[in-house]
Design a protein around this ligand. Structure first.
Ligand code: ZN
Length: 89
């Protein structure tokens, strides 16, 4: 298993792995579009409604899925977005 590079700000949880992440959530995450607002805030669209994901001490999203399981497709979408960015430059 290859090690995933750490975030630019040294936040510990950069992994896409999470006990609550199902294949379905991952698939949804890959279908979403991410737009950077600030280096720690992203606007995620493509689902039923847009959501804002924030990275501070930990990841946060304003959707219901996040409230229940502390992870959601929006946060995953941002993590994928960031990893893609790192790959290219
Ligand atoms: Zn969310």
């Amino acid at each position: 298993m290859q090690q995933i590079g750490r975030g630019k700000m040294g936040i510990k949880d950069d992994s896409l792995e999470h006990p609550f992440v199902s294949e379905k959530v991952m698939k949804k995450a890959k279908s979403l579009s991410v737009a950077e607002i600030t280096p720690t805030e992203w606007y995620v669209v493509g689902g039923s409604e847009p959501h804002v994901v924030i990275r501070s001490e930990d990841w946060e999203c304003d959707c219901l899925g996040f409230k229940f399981s502390k992870v959601c497709s929006h946060i995953l979408a941002v993590k994928i977005f960031l990893q893609e960015g790192e790959k290219h430059g």
